[in-house]
Design a protein around this ligand. Structure first.
Ligand code: HBI
Ligand code: FE
Length: 278
């Protein structure tokens, strides 16, 4: 019965997860990926990420059953995971977010793709993105981002807005009392970028500034050349309340920054002896 539905793609691009169809090798790939990140992330990932991982029991067993996660996630913040075949069109993607549905890929990478793959898979989407959706402030930011995305399409500002997603949701860093920590899903699900983003002397770490981020290009095929650092998830929530229509107008004729280029106005974090300070 469930196998008959396997090929069905709905208008909103969702499919059934069909969890029972995962093969043992696929669960094994998941467990290997989890084990790798588990050894890298303590002391590096945001505490809110660990809280979400624990509450959702994501570290136990193989590829999670989305409906099981949804029972916990739904109660905590009203978010729900829906399965999709892979990347979905922008308007569909934003529509899901605006309605507190997170589209997660169903497929998992092959063992040859442990270190790099081009499209987000179930490991990136679930392990990387879902734990922070347990945080009410971050959960509201993601919904606001979806609403902002739908608006940006109409305003022709999608390229600018997608930089905000990239430099926060995917590659964001947060400054905490204990030190600099990761909250971006692209880093949290990566084998190499966890240490690179925090410890390498090569990328710039810049205090978050909305217009600066909207003007900054990014790399999709290499570690980032700059990271933007927030101080609190509330900073994201607050910016989501602003009128982006005006902000797009204000930067309409401003030049963009190439990835890795700094500006004199940038508030840079400097690496000292293992510590970060402004
Ligand atoms: N689809 N499944 C999926 N996941 C994404 O992260 C995603 C997408 N479609 C479009 C998209 N992201 C981008 O438009 C935004 O990140 C800007
Ligand atoms: Fe992602």
């Amino acid at each position: 019965m469930f196998i008959a539905q396997d090929h069905l793609i709905r208008d909103d691009h969702t499919i059934e997860q069909n969890w029972q169809n995962y093969r043992p090798e696929e669960h094994q790939t998941w467990r290997r990926l989890v084990a790798r990140q588990k050894s890298l992330l303590p002391g590096r990932a945001s505490l809110d990420f660990f809280a979400g991982l624990d509450a959702l029991s994501i570290l136990e067993g193989g590829i999670p059953h989305f409906e099981r996660l949804n029972e916990v996630l739904g109660k905590a913040t009203g978010w729900r995971i829906v399965a999709v075949p892979g990347l979905v069109p922008d308007d569909i993607f934003f529509n899901h977010l605006a309605n507190r549905r997170f589209p997660a890929a169903r497929f998992i990478r092959t063992p040859e793709q442990m270190d790099y793959l081009e499209e987000p898979d179930v490991f990136h989407d679930i392990f990387g993105h879902v734990p922070l959706l347990m945080n009410p402030v971050f959960a509201d930011y993601m919904q606001a981002y979806g609403e902002g995305g739908l608006k940006a399409i109409g305003l022709g500002a999608l390229e600018r807005l997608s930089r905000l997603y990239w430099y926060t949701v995917e590659f964001g860093l947060i400054e905490t009392l204990a030190g600099l920590r990761i909250y971006g899903a692209g880093i949290l699900s990566s084998g190499g970028e966890v240490e690179f983003s925090l410890d390498s002397p090569s990328p710039h770490r810049i205090h978050f500034d909305l217009k600066r981020v909207l003007r900054t290009e990014y790399k999709i095929d290499d570690y980032q050349a700059n990271y933007f650092v927030i101080r609190d998830y509330r900073e994201l929530f607050d910016l989501a309340q602003r009128d982006f229509t005006l902000i797009y107008q204000e930067i309409e004729n401003a030049p963009t920054f190439a990835a890795g280029k700094t500006a004199t106005e940038d508030d840079l974090l400097h690496r000292g002896t293992g510590e970060y300070h402004s």
